[in-house]
Ligand binder design. Structure first.
Ligand code: UTP
Length: 208
């Protein structure tokens, strides 16, 4: 089975739920504690064995490119002032040359379209998609578990979370295969997904 080596991170959405915070700052650069959201996603991807990351960005999001770049002035000043520990922590977070790529989604035409924009860079091989605006803490990290499930069962794997029955109309909800009987590793088969079904029509409480 071909290994999953590439992760696509679509970050070109309008971020309307975070306005006004996301008006001038890309949503994924908003901080959680001392680091931006996107750093958690990148850490998770590399921890799961991903080798390269493709960001799908929109206009006004060049700060994401800068975040992964060298900040020459800042780092020179830190070096001159002997702040070696700080400098090392920045260096440690910086991806190596060629490890991240950026592609522009010219119009925000939706998540599916954003992933499609990465097709030429990813090529014809399996890949992961991470939405950095969903922060999921897990040990092992969720992506590593998903890749393990794929290695065991094959096919495509999506991560789901159980939501309150009255909240199904806010999510994509999966239709479990048969009785929804899970495998020992916690995975279940899925036959289809329904976008934002009202509670009365939801095939399960499992949200993508
Ligand atoms: P969301 O559904 O959270 O949309 O997208 P959004 O635009 O970011 O946020 P709201 O709903 O307006 O607040 C899920 C992921 O897909 C990306 C988003 O950046 C987010 O990471 N996305 C969405 C794109 O890259 N392009 C799009 O056209 C839409």
């Amino acid at each position: 089975m071909t290994r999953v080596r590439t992760a696509v991170l679509p970050v070109a959405g309008l971020g309307t739920r975070f306005l006004p915070a996301s008006k001038a700052t890309p949503k994924v650069l908003l901080p959680i504690l001392d680091r931006p959201l996107v750093q958690y996603a990148v850490d998770e991807a590399f921890a799961a064995g991903i080798e390269s990351i493709v960001f799908v960005t929109g206009r006004g999001q060049d700060a994401i490119v800068d975040y992964f770049d060298l900040n020459l002035e800042l780092e020179t000043t830190l070096r001159e002032r002997g702040k070696h520990q700080l400098l090392a922590s920045l260096e440690e977070l910086r991806p190596s040359d060629g490890q991240v790529a950026f592609v522009r989604q010219i119009e925000p035409l939706g998540l599916g379209h954003a992933v499609w924009c990465a097709r030429e860079i990813v090529g014809d091989e399996p890949f992961a998609v991470l939405l950095p605006d969903e922060l999921i803490l897990g040990d092992p990290p969720s992506l590593a578990e998903m890749i393990a499930v794929r290695d065991r069962h094959g096919g495509s794997v999506i991560l789901v979370d159980e939501v309150e029955p009255e909240d199904t109309d806010r999510y994509g909800i999966v239709r479990p295969d048969g009785g929804g009987e899970g495998a020992a590793d916690g995975s279940i088969g899925v036959t289809s997904v329904v976008e934002k079904p009202p509670p009365s029509e939801a095939p399960s409480r499992l949200a993508i």
